[in-house]
Design a protein around this ligand. Structure first.
Ligand code: C5P
Length: 218
């Protein structure tokens, strides 16, 4: 039988974008296929973990063996993540919209001047979980950057209070792609991983998570 190093562990994964409504038919969002987050969730389940996958709207299949909580907005995502606690680890791979819109209740019409969108900052789900009372033992964030990838990742570790950052350079083709080139940034090390499939990034990350948590007490 396959080794199940995460048997007895609960891991929360966020994935996909969030959609922030502008009106009943429009939204703003970040680019995200959900492929990396979903691959991690699938690899965690394959390693024996109980996985709560909190995902924004995606068109890809749910990996086998994970418990999907489908959400739309950042606020919905925060609520679903908080409701899923406690957990042994959290992996926050979602591309959460930083801002939401004061949404109109009816479809905005093209009459006269273009509308102004009033933006409000969304809660930071990763920071909320990492600094919260029910903090999982291991909290992993992601950082999609187009420049100064390592420097920004180190800054993000401190600011958000997480243990590791998986940093990827999105100036190369990552979005919707099957591959990813990442760096695993911890407070005292940086590992440069080769270009791998998103499934392989998931498997490697899961191996590291299993090593960090150790076997569950039985
Ligand atoms: O600050 P930035 O958006 O680059 O941080 C990326 C990391 O923070 C990712 O792990 C992402 O899932 C998480 N994040 C979050 N809630 C937000 C913004 C980002 O959980 N509102």
């Amino acid at each position: 039988p396959a080794p199940r190093p995460l048997a007895g562990r609960h891991v929360i994964v966020t994935s996909g974008p969030t959609h922030e409504p502008i009106d009943p038919v429009r939204y703003i969002a970040n680019r995200s296929s959900g492929r990396q987050g979903h691959a991690i969730a699938g690899a965690l389940a394959a390693a024996g973990a109980r996985v709560t996958l909190v995902s924004g709207p995606v068109t890809i299949p749910t990996p086998p063996g994970v418990d999907l909580r489908a959400v739309e907005s950042a606020r919905d995502m925060l609520e679903a993540v908080t409701a899923a606690l406690p957990a042994d680890a959290a992996v926050m791979a979602a591309a959460v919209a930083d801002f939401r819109v004061d949404a109109a209740t009816q479809k905005i019409k093209k009459t006269g001047a273009p509308p102004v969108l009033n933006l409000t900052e969304n809660p930071d789900i990763l920071a909320t979980v990492a600094k919260g009372a029910e903090r999982p033992r291991l909290v992993v964030g992601f950082a999609a950057e187009t420049q100064n990838v390592i420097e920004y990742a180190r800054d993000k570790l401190k600011r958000k209070g997480c243990d590791w950052i998986v940093a990827n350079d999105v100036s190369r083709d990552v979005f919707g792609s099957g591959d990813n080139t990442v760096h695993l940034v911890t407070p005292d090390s940086v590992e440069d991983w080769p270009r791998l499939s998103k499934a392989e990034v998931g498997e490697r990350l899961v191996a590291r998570i299993a090593a960090a948590l150790g076997p569950a007490p039985r």
